[in-house]
Design a protein around this ligand. Structure first.
Ligand SMILES: Nc1nc2c(ncn2[C@@H]2O[C@H](COP(=O)(O)OP(=O)(O)OP(=O)(O)O)[C@@H](O)[C@H]2O)c(=O)[nH]1
Ligand SMILES: [Mg+2]
Length: 206
């Protein structure tokens, strides 16, 4: 269980496979240095970045999927803990940011698509919406992607969103967190906060 959650009424969570750049993105958004790394499985407990006076926080959740040095059973447990965390706090979570690696996400989804298998990323995309949380997909590491439009159209297709991706700019936000190129994500987040009448929080995403 994750048991270090500060008691805040409004929250944005960052979820995604290990090593996609969630903690790097949190660093860019907050200016705070979270531990990041070359090996999957760096973050094992949620990192909460908290604005107590605003009753608001950002939460960087541990990654799911392959983690270096973590056995199957423990890996399943971490995913279960993530799902429970989201379910338990769904009322307070204004937005879920699903972070994916733009370079590898299509291959990984396709490799895990089968009759009785739903890829983690696709599952998480639907799960968040099922519990009433709007989702923005932050497609990270775009610095490594050459065929940007094709790649993003394919991703829309895999998520059940009709291409072209440009129709989905509130949902699909291509970024390069490592270089601080995150404007498209800031815009999508602000759009969602505005829709939820939380204009008081826009200032954190300029
Ligand atoms: N090329 C490139 N690399 C990136 C980018 N963002 C992050 N990385 C690198 O990806 C690796 C993983 O980044 P993290 O931020 O630790 O990833 P994470 O999703 O928090 O990983 P876990 O905590 O293991 O779940 C690091 O080596 C980062 O420097 C990016 O935009 N482009
Ligand atoms: Mg991390």
């Amino acid at each position: 269980m994750f048991d270090n959650r500060p008691d805040r009424d409004a929250e944005i969570v960052f979820v995604g496979r290990s090593n996609v750049g969630k903690s790097t993105l949190m660093r860019e958004l907050t200016g705070h240095k979270f531990e990041t790394g070359g090996k999957p499985g760096v973050t094992r407990k949620p990192n909460h970045f908290d604005w107590a006076s605003e009753d608001f926080m950002l939460t960087d959740l541990p990654g799911f999927g392959f983690m270096s040095g973590v056995g199957d059973e423990h890996r399943e447990q971490i995913k279960t803990d993530i799902v429970h965390y989201i379910e338990d706090n769904a009322e307070k979570i204004l937005l879920g940011v699903l972070v994916v690696d733009g370079k590898s996400v299509i291959d990984i989804i396709d490799r895990h698509s089968g009759e009785d298998e739903i890829p983690h990323d696709v599952e998480m995309f639907y799960f968040l919406q099922d519990v009433g949380i709007p989702v923005v997909v932050a497609v990270n590491k775009m610095d490594k992607v050459d065929d940007k439009d094709d790649r993003l159209n394919d991703l829309c297709d895999r998520l059940g969103l009709h291409p072209p991706w440009k129709q989905w700019q509130d949902t699909i936000a291509p970024i390069t967190a490592k270089r601080g190129s995150i404007d498209s994500l800031n815009e999508s987040v602000k759009e969602h906060l505005h829709d939820q009448k939380r204009d008081d929080l826009l200032k954190f995403f300029s």
